[in-house]
Structures are given as structure tokens and as C-alpha cells.
Design a binder for this molecule. Structure first.
Ligand SMILES: Nc1ncnc2c1ncn2[C@@H]1O[C@H](COP(=O)(O)OP(=O)(O)OP(=O)(O)O)[C@@H](O)[C@H]1O
Ligand SMILES: [Mn+2]
Length: 444
């Protein structure tokens, strides 16, 4: 009797699983057919289309941009997003598996590991889409002994340059904040977050924007590396309460603001960034902030700002900057005052200002997207693959492979999913704008 009912339950369970799964797949496929396969290649003169086709839009839309109403419209549109943006797309699973097997830390051969990593960069691509050696490079970055340490003189915040065995240089950005700390204030408040550099590397790989440096978490002992520090750095390494500390020499470095070995572990946490080889050029970002409350930048005032920038930049660079804006919006980096290029294409360098506050979304980081209303087709397709929670599911699995996991409190994953919906909603608004242009009803 008991045996029969057990089998009945089992059969019922299997049947319901089959029904659930097929419904899910059916649903997603069905919904996908309601949204064009390329997502943005709509009929008619659609500005989004021009990124796909490579020809400028013909619309000479002079509708004034009202930043607030644009942002309100984006938020309102989220409630009306189709299910395709809220459900998981089964295509993400294979990509996730590939990323995990690529990123999984693994043994390496010291005589080749750096050579391999330094052979990867091509134009602005820093690491390959799928290669098990990425995990080997990550292991080497996390474990190879430090032979020399100096203070990096690049940028404005404290950064150390570590020379590892095999003459490989990595930049070390130290930890300043506890995981649960929330950074309040302006969008660019606070110091760099080392965990933001690590997560940004993972997120960029998921979005196939493979132009961040390779980054890994690492704990170093300042005390035992004191002997490897150069004279300049050693002069800024006081012992405080029996702990070895450092404050360095940089624009924002202050004697009173030190990073120190942790009293219990004797180590200091940080992110190590592999140095990208080749010439890197730096340019002022067209969407740079004024960093003054009262003063608005041109992009905050001009209705046709994107048209202006289109005349000045190579179209590929502009599309790169729109990709960067999407990326920055997800991580909430509002401090990309400059962009840097390698072989005339944008790199995603300096991602330490993300993940400051999971409760706030600064929508104006998306200005390049909502002002230009175009997006690289491959980026859009990739974003559509990571809908419905797949983005943070994949991200968390990559984060788990890092030595410093957990990298963030869970609220940051929730925030990423919310912001992804805002990105979808911005693109939907752009589609509306160029499909049924009607002055009274258009916000973009
Ligand atoms: N992985 C890397 N490979 C090569 N160069 C790098 C790398 N990371 C950073 N740099 C270079 O070092 C400079 C300073 O780094 P970063 O921008 O992260 O520091 P920062 O202190 O935040 O600077 P800023 O105050 O200008 O924002 C960058 O502008 C870049 O040119
Ligand atoms: Mn910076």
C-alpha cells in the first residue's frame, strides 16, 4: 500500500516536472518570437537600427531632452516590460558553463603562464571568450610570490605595483571598506572598492565586454613584504597598534588614512589587476561630470548632445562608450571621467567605484544610451540572454571562484537585476520613440 502510493507520488512528480519544463521552454520561445530575434532590428527608421546597420538614423528628432522625465519614463516603463525581459532565456546556461570552466582556478606552468596571458590582448580584447588558461592565470596572480613592491604613481588613489615571479607586474588596489558598508553621498563618493574591480571583471566576461583587466582577489602581508618595498614606499609604511600599515604617495594619500594588515590574519585584502600590455591612451569622457553640485555639464543641458558627439568620435568608439555606460550603470560607477583606449578602442579600466550603494540607482549614468538611442547589436543580444535572474546567478557562480568570496552583500545582486530591467526599459523607450513619434508622448 505504502509502496504503491510512493510510486504514484514519484510518477506525479516526474510528470509535473516535465510539464513545468516544457511550459517554460515553450513560453520563452514563444515570447521570443514576439520580440524580434535581434531585439532591436525593427522595421522603419529606428535609431537603434543604425547601430546594427552602421548607417546614421534619418530622424532629426528635436524633441527637448528633459533629464527628469526621461528617467521617470524609464522607471515607469519597467512595469510594462514584456515577460521576455523577466524570464530566463535557456541560452545563458551554456555560456555560464563555459565561463565557469574558463575561470575555475587551476594549476599553471610558471614558464608559460604570463606569456599566455600577455599574448591575449588584441585591440581592446584583453582575454579570450573561452579558455581554461584564464583560471591558470588567476591562480598565478593570486599565489606567485612578491619580489618587489612600489607605490604606483598613476591615478590619484593608493595603488601598489607588485612584481611577481617571472617579472610580471600587477596592480594592487587595497580594501578600504567592509562588505556591508554602504557608500552614501554623490555617485562618485568614496574610495575605490577592490571587490568592485573583481566583480567588474566577472561581469564584463558575462556581458562579453572583454576589455577589463584580468582581476583576482589576494591577501598580502605588508609586514613580511616590507623588505621588498622600495625606499619611497617604505617611508609611508608606519606601524600602528602593532600592525604594519601603508598610506603611500598619491593625490588623495594622507598620513591619517592607512590600510593595515588585519590583526587576526596578519594580511591585507585587495584586488590584483594584471597589467595590460601595449600603449594605452587617455581621453576626456564626453559624458564627464562637473564634480560641482551647481554646475551642469553640456551633456546635462543639451538636447542634441549625442548628435554633437557623433560628429567628433569614431562610431565604434561611441558604441564602446555606450557599452561602457551600460556596464557602469549596472555597477553604478559614476566616475568614468576619462576613457582609455588601446588601438583606438575603449578599455574598461578603473572599475573600483562600483558597488557602493545597492539601494540607489543613478539613472544619468545611462545618458549615453538614452541620449543616443542606439546600442551595439551584440551587446543587446547578450543582455537579452541574461534576463530573469541569469545575470546574477552566473555572476555569483564566478564570484564564488574567487579567493575573497563573498565579494558583496546580496543586496548588490538584487540591485543588478533591477538595473538590468532599467536598461531593457530604456531600449524599449527608444523603440517607441522612433516607431510612433508623437511630440506629446515622447520622453526620449
Ligand atoms: N590593468 C591595467 N593595465 C594597464 N594600465 C592600467 C591598469 N589599470 C590601471 N592602469 C593605468 O593606471 C591608471 C590609474 O589607474 P586607475 O584609473 O584605476 O586609478 P585611480 O586612482 O582610480 O585614477 P583616477 O583618480 O584617475 O580615477 C589608469 O588610468 C591606467 O592608465
Ligand atoms: Mn578612479
Amino acid at each position: 500500500m505504502i509502496k504503491t502510493s510512493f510510486y504514484n507520488i514519484l510518477i506525479l512528480l516526474c510528470l509535473s516536472l516535465v510539464v513545468y519544463y516544457s511550459l517554460n521552454v515553450y513560453f520563452i520561445n514563444n515570447l521570443q518570437s514576439t520580440v524580434p530575434q535581434d531585439g532591436i532590428n525593427m522595421a522603419g527608421h529606428n535609431a537603434l537600427q543604425y547601430a546594427i546597420e552602421g548607417t546614421p538614423p534619418t530622424s532629426n528628432n528635436t524633441q527637448p531632452t528633459k533629464p527628469r522625465s526621461v528617467q521617470n519614463a524609464i522607471m515607469r516603463k519597467v512595469m510594462m516590460l514584456k515577460l521576455v525581459y523577466r524570464n530566463k532565456n535557456p541560452k545563458y546556461i551554456a555560456i555560464k558553463q563555459n565561463l565557469i570552466s574558463s575561470f575555475l582556478p587551476k594549476p599553471y606552468n610558471l614558464s608559460s603562464v604570463w606569456k599566455v596571458a600577455n599574448s591575449w590582448p588584441k585591440v581592446n580584447e584583453v582575454f579570450p571568450a573561452k579558455d581554461k588558461s584564464i583560471g591558470a592565470v588567476i591562480s598565478a596572480m593570486g599565489t606567485e610570490p612578491i619580489h618587489r613592491i612600489k607605490n604606483s604613481r598613476r591615478g590619484t588613489q593608493l595603488k601598489l605595483v607588485l612584481e611577481l615571479t617571472g617579472s610580471q607586474f600587477v596592480l594592487f588596489k587595497p580594501s578600504w571598506y567592509a562588505r556591508e558598508e554602504v557608500i552614501n553621498g554623490t555617485v562618485y563618493s568614496g574610495k575605490d572598492r577592490h571587490n568592485s574591480e573583481i566583480i567588474s571583471f566577472h561581469l564584463a566576461a558575462i556581458l562579453n565586454l572583454r576589455h577589463t583587466p584580468i582581476v583576482a582577489g589576494r591577501r598580502i602581508s605588508l609586514r613580511s613584504n616590507l623588505e621588498h618595498a622600495d625606499d619611497d614606499l617604505r617611508q609611508t609604511m608606519p606601524v600602528i597598534n602593532n600592525q604594519q600599515c601603508a598610506y603611500g604617495v598619491c593625490h588623495y594619500c594622507k598620513k591619517e588614512e592607512t590600510v593595515c594588515d588585519d590583526p587576526t590574519t596578519g594580511t591585507l585584502e585587495g584586488a590584483v589587476l594584471l597589467t595590460i600590455p601595449g600603449k594605452i591612451s587617455k581621453y576626456r569622457s564626453p559624458w564627464q561630470r562637473t564634480y560641482k553640485d551647481q554646475l551642469k555639464a553640456e551633456w546635462e543641458k543639451n538636447d542634441n548632445y549625442c548628435a554633437l558627439i557623433r560628429k567628433q568620435l569614431h562610431f565604434d568608439v561611441l558604441l564602446d562608450l555606450i557599452d561602457a555606460a551600460i556596464f557602469d550603470f549596472l555597477i553604478q560607477n559614476g566616475d568614468r571621467h576619462h576613457y582609455e583606449t588601446r588601438e583606438n578602442r575603449v578599455l574598461l579600466l578603473d572599475n573600483g567605484k562600483g558597488f557602493g550603494n545597492p539601494f540607489v540607482d543613478h539613472l544619468d549614468i545611462l545618458a549615453p544610451l538614452y541620449q543616443c538611442c542606439f546600442i551595439r547589436r551584440t551587446t543587446w543580444e547578450r543582455l537579452l540572454i541574461f534576463s530573469g535572474g541569469a545575470l546574477t546567478e552566473t555572476l555569483e557562480e564566478l564570484n564564488k571562484l574567487d579567493l575573497l568570496y563573498p565579494l558583496v552583500i546580496k543586496e548588490h545582486y538584487t540591485a543588478l537585476e533591477r538595473r538590468l530591467l532599467y536598461i531593457y526599459s530604456t531600449v524599449e523607450l527608444c523603440k517607441d520613440k522612433f516607431e510612433n513619434y508623437h511630440p506629446e508622448s515622447v520622453y526620449l
